[in-house]
Write a protein that binds this ligand. Structure first.
Ligand SMILES: Nc1ncnc2c1ncn2[C@@H]1O[C@H](COP(=O)(O)OP(=O)(O)OP(=O)(O)O)[C@@H](O)[C@H]1O
Length: 719
């Protein structure tokens, strides 16, 4: 017999063996899907046929089946991605995106716990922890850790780490190395991907940190902070579903572009219950995208605005200025002079939320008028007087103008009037700041800016809302007024409470703040209102902060939002995004202002140096188009063009014409925060830096966005 070329190599043999297991998993998945669809249909049938019995049971059946089906239907690229061969276990343990069990044959004869054999365990389960934590120094019982790479349902590669060679049985095959590097070098699609298969040890510790208190995760560019934040959300939802799915997890990022970029990660992990918002979308009904100039951003973000807004919130509405009342009632003239009306307004309004106490203010007016009417109309009862006046057209018109129900935007617009602002800002803002503020208040035709959203939220708090009878029924998590789940039925209901929450829901169980270094003091206050009873995960990198305002204010506002809960810090130290050649340029930039800044270590190198071009101003348009064309040829994935400001961004979009392919995005330096592209073109880095500390930090962010290629294009030298 000749040695044939069809003899499978060790790699092929191992792949074939893993394929057999993966096939078994997918067949079981198909069976589970069918069962879930059947029991969902059965629940609907019961509902349709009005089968007597517990409604709760029927709802629960439909709900659980639908949820389960959703999880099972999640795209399962690489459903099984890991395998552990353990010292004390004969059978290997497989790790995957979701846990799947298979009923044992002869299950009836087995005790309950052994009836179903785990084919794959969920990556978040405690039993999966060694997959991420074991090292050669501390193998944690793991002999061999294997990463399984698949395309769809087909196993295409294997990477092994032999962690405990002495315990390895004879003949154990160990294949290749560098699964992480392989994962990092792949071209990126337009959305961020999950990293379940390659989570590194220091990241895993942060992901699985206990759910209470405040978890702070810091690290330089590309160290996986965002990835950790999202996987942590998935972990919390898995480890304590009743608490975190019941109360809700809020994830906040800097911009809509960013939220879009990260939006597919949790669904790819089978989690669809977290609420994702950018800072401009935290207030119900608003979707702000507009950035302010750095000066106005610093001003509107400052805690000083709180005092200005408090004065505005207490001030009379424009329609109330100089307003008095004179009406005829049963032949008598009743009168409330403007000065008296203003006195009442101040007395009643003092220290109160104006929208909440309209009824009290109206009563005060009625009392004054009653004092005039009573001596003249002797047979009249006060209750009758009140009732008749309440229906009196002129009286009603007066009340509407004198104490209108205001929306936060109405109060914000008070600030655009120089006379009013002068008094609100006296002793708080300089005349120059007042002028800046006036020019930046959105008029009727302008959408509020991202910074306006925090101001509107503050005003909402100051003016309150008219009391309304609230339906409390949906609050499965509050039992007898206590936020606690006590019975099985309550827990069942709590886990079911995952339909979209009402727009201004605030009782989140956990709040995750990404790119936290850029949250302004006023924004911290807005976040604090949504996390009063929450535990927190705060993710950021102070070196990337573009804040030009008072740093102590930020710390103060942040401390107030987070309260006195215990804090636990985690540092991430490896840059998984940038090749060393690119990160070196970014590092050089940040060292200008922070020579001692500890920087992460870039784990890979492409051997390709970044390209720095200087061109004539007249050639800028053509050069941008050429450089972008080159990048599009050089990388298979996404390309980001980073402009120094909004107007240059719009200009570049104009140059590119209407047809922007999906994989190309043009953003400002600020919008580039948290983003990642395979190829990056920075236009006018010197202008982006703007000779300021915050500018250097923003340029540092821009320079650290690329996974493969970096080009800079300037009309004047900048390095
Ligand atoms: N363990 C890992 N395995 C594979 N890829 C990883 C791992 N950790 C991080 N990455 C990848 O590295 C890139 C950077 O991660 P991420 O965006 O989370 O970093 P970051 O710290 O938030 O960055 P920045 O602060 O610069 O915005 C992403 O593409 C992410 O998927």
């Amino acid at each position: 017999m000749s040695a044939t070329q069809s003899d499978p190599s060790p790699l092929e043999q191992e792949i074939a063996a893993e394929q057999r297991h993966v096939d078994r998993v997918y067949s079981q998945l198909t069976r589970l899907r069918e069962t879930a669809a059947r029991s969902e249909a059965e629940g609907y049938r019961m509902a349709g046929a009005r089968v007597p019995g517990s409604l709760v049971e029927r709802d629960a059946m439909v709900f659980h089946a639908a949820r389960r089906r959703l999880v099972l239907d999640t795209e399962h690229e690489g459903l099984v991605f890991g395998r552990l061969d353990l010292r004390d276990h004969e059978a290997p343990r497989y790790v995957g995106r979701i846990g799947i069990r298979e009923e044992q044959t002869h299950a009836e004869s087995l005790p309950d716990a052994e009836r179903a054999e785990p084919l794959v365990i969920d990556w978040r389960a405690p039993a999966a922890e060694p997959f991420y934590r074991a090292t050669a120094a501390h193998p944690q019982g793991v002999i061999r850790r294997r990463m399984i790479q698949s395309a769809g349902e087909t196993v295409i590669g294997i990477e092994d780490d032999l962690l405990d060679p002495e315990a390895a049985p004879p003949g154990m095959t160990v294949i290749g190395d560098g699964a992480l590097l392989a994962a990092l070098s792949r071209a990126k699609g337009t959305g961020m991907r999950d990293i379940v298969a390659t989570i590194q040890q220091e990241q895993d510790v942060a992901i699985r940190a206990p759910g209470g208190g405040i978890t702070i995760v810091e690290g330089g560019p590309g160290t996986g902070k965002t990835a950790v934040a999202l996987h942590r959300a998935a972990y919390l939802l898995y480890s304590d579903r009743a608490r975190f799915a019941g109360g809700g997890v809020l994830i906040v990022g800097p911009s809509p572009v960013f939220v879009d970029y990260i939006s597919s990660v949790l669904p790819s992990l089978g989690e669809d219950t977290a609420t994702l918002r950018s800072l401009g979308q935290l207030v119900d009904g608003l979707k702000a995208r507009r950035e302010e100039t750095p000066d106005v951003h610093a001003l509107k973000g400052s805690l000083r605005m709180r005092q200005v807004l408090r004065r505005a919130a207490e001030d009379a509405a424009p329609s109330a200025a100089g307003l008095g009342l004179r009406i005829r009632y049963r032949g008598e003239w009743l009168e409330l002079p403007a000065r008296e009306a203003e006195r009442i307004r101040r007395r009643v309004g003092k220290g109160a939320k104006r929208n909440e106490i309209r009824a009290r203010a109206f009563t005060a007016v009625l009392d004054v008028l009653w004092a005039q009417a009573a001596p003249r109309l002797k047979t009249l009862e006060q209750s009758q007087f009140d009732e008749e006046l309440a229906d009196h057209e002129e009286f009603r018109t007066f009340l509407k103008r004198w104490w209108p129900r205001l929306r936060p935007i109405d109060v914000l617009r008070f600030l655009a009037e120089p006379r009013r602002l002068r008094w609100y800002a006296e002793g708080i803002l300089s005349p120059a700041e007042q002028r800046q503020l006036i020019a930046s208040i959105p008029d009727l035709d302008t959408e509020p800016s991202i910074d306006d959203v925090a101001l509107l939220d503050e005003i909402d708090e100051l003016i309150g809302r008219p009391p309304k009878t609230r339906k409390r029924a949906g609050q499965a998590f509050t039992v007898g007024g206590v936020r606690e789940v006590t019975t099985f039925a309550d827990r069942q209901r709590a886990t079911r409470n995952v339909e979209p929450r009402e727009g201004d829901y605030r009782d989140f169980a956990h709040v995750i703040v990404d790119e936290s270094q850029d949250v302004t003091p006023m924004q911290w206050r807005m976040l604090g209102r949504r996390g009063r009873i929450a535990s927190w995960t705060i993710v950021g990198d102070p070196a990337q902060s573009a804040w030009t305002g008072d740093a102590t204010e930020v710390a103060r506002a942040r401390d107030t939002a987070l309260g006195s809960r215990a804090r636990h810090r985690h540092a991430l130290t490896t840059n998984y995004r940038n090749p060393a050649e690119i990160f070196e340029v970014a590092a050089e930039e940040i060292r200008r202002i922070a020579p001692d800044q500890p920087l992460p270590r870039a784990v890979r190198s492409t051997g390709v140096a970044p390209v720095h071009l200087i061109v004539e101003p007249g050639d800028l348009e053509k050069s941008v188009l050429d450089a972008l064309g080159d990048l599009r040829n050089e990388v298979a994935g996404t390309v980001g063009v980073i402009a120094p400001d909004q107007s240059t961004r719009d200009l570049i979009i104009g140059w590119l014409g209407a047809e922007l392919p999906d994989r190309v995005q043009v953003v400002t330096g600020l919008q580039a925060k948290g983003m990642e592209y395979d190829g990056v073109l920075i236009v006018e880095p010197g202008v982006l830096r703007a000779d300021s500390t915050a500018g250097v930090r923003t340029l540092y962010v821009a320079l650290s966005r690329a996974t493969q290629r970096l080009t800079t294009l300037a009309t004047t030298p900048w390095r």
